[in-house]
Design a protein around this ligand. Structure first.
Ligand code: FNR
Length: 363
């Protein structure tokens, strides 16, 4: 396996990675009630996944403000306590000579909390009481964009190597991107260009604040999670990617989810009509592909796609040593979906031992 491009160095923004296997962002709800990563849980969790030096980890979706997100036990980056808590995580990863970006999100219409950023479109919350969300005011739009900027600055202060804007999976940025949810008639909706505006402005503002080489963005043109997916996603996402290539060719990376998955699950997909290849052709910088990869298909992907990395999600839950397992050809331990989202539970979060075959070489 070590002959594969997957284990050749690659530059991503300002960091030099030693391999191209990436930890996908994974919401696990294990944070303290104040949104601080827990020192006894999150620190060893991320440190274990940084086992192979020169690996890139993308930390779980993080709230840039209370207005932006209000799921319980999700981390934040808007208080001093949260920044201090994240410092322990980033230090633990850097001590292993690996790297860590933080994913920043805003929930928009899926926000179950009291503060709810609003956008037109049917709410996907299936509790029978879901209200049709209202349109964000311009003031609220600018406030939320500023939240992303402040959180990104906080991320750098907390020791992160960069941030990933969560433009995927039906959260707020994606709600703006897609016609299925964006029914605005002002300059933030109504056309391909207008729908792209909210997210692209966030990239502009965050890049201006921390440097484009510390910013990535994630897109999921085919995901149906949370009632998303435009009938034909190509014009919208080709525009977004072309614009990023034109304005921010030095962005750290573009992260695009394959049509095989919707959120954290498999989806039925049309192999003839759905493909990320047209998007890949538009982007010259570092490219992260995610969704339904096996060690074999990841090796194949890296060998056949210029400048590309492959992110793993679900298998990283039960295999903290996933990068070493891929490199050494050791089978993955199966994951248990029941352990994914249990708030504050140590069980199913820590305690997955490294493969004994790796002893002596990796630990
Ligand atoms: C996810 N996924 C996800 N995506 C994202 O952009 N931000 C997030 O915080 C999360 N959280 C999350 C939690 C859990 C438990 C799962 C299973 C998934 C999606 C994830 O990053 C990845 O794209 C998918 O899991 C598909 O990749 P795999 O699992 O097929 O390798």
């Amino acid at each position: 396996m070590s002959g594969s491009k997957l284990f050749e160095p690659i530059k991503v923004g300002s960091v030099e990675l030693q391999n191209r296997v990436v930890l996908a962002p994974l919401t696990r709800f294990r944070n303290d009630d104040d949104g601080s990563p827990n020192a006894d849980l999150a620190v060893p969790y991320y440190a274990e996944r940084a086992l192979v030096p020169g690996t890139l980890l993308i930390a779980e979706a993080t709230d840039p403000s209370l207005f932006a997100g209000a799921y319980p036990n999700v981390p934040g980056l808007h208080t001093d306590a949260q920044v201090e808590a994240w410092k322990k995580v980033t230090k633990a990863v850097h001590d292993k000579k690996s790297f860590i970006f933080d994913q920043i999100w805003s929930l928009g219409r899926v926000n179950p909390g009291v503060v709810q950023p609003k956008i037109y479109g049917p709410s996907p919350i299936a509790d029978g009481e879901a209200k049709v969300p209202e349109e964000l005011t311009k003031e609220e739009i600018h406030e939320l964009q500023q939240n992303f900027v402040t959180a990104s600055v906080n991320a750098i202060n907390a020791g992160f190597d960069g941030v990933e804007i969560h433009g995927a999976h039906g959260y707020l940025v994606d709600q703006f991107f897609q016609a299925v949810s964006n029914q605005r008639t002002d300059e933030y909706g109504g056309s391909v260009e207008n729908r792209a505006r909210f997210g692209l402005e966030i990239v502009d503002k965050v890049a201006a604040a921390i440097g484009a080489d510390k910013v990535g963005i994630r897109l999921s043109p085919f995901s149906e999670f949370q009632s998303m997916k435009d009938e034909n996603p190509y014009p919208q996402f080709e525009y977004i990617i072309s614009k990023l290539q034109e304005v921010h060719p030095d962005l750290a990376y573009l992260h695009v989810v394959e049509p095989r998955v919707s959120g954290g699950s498999e989806r039925v997909w049309n192999e003839k009509e759905e493909s990320t290849e047209p998007f890949h052709k538009l982007w010259k910088g570092a490219w992260i592909a995610a969704g339904g990869f096996t060690p074999e298909s990841a090796i194949e992907y890296a060998n056949t796609h210029e400048n590309s990395l492959v992110a793993f999600g679900r298998s990283f839950v039960s295999n903290p040593d996933l990068v070493a397992r891929v490199k050494e050809g050791i089978a993955f331990r199966p994951y248990d979906r029941n352990q994914f989202y249990n708030a504050k539970a140590k069980e199913g979060y820590l305690g997955y031992e490294f493969a004994p075959e790796l002893k002596g070489k990796y630990y």
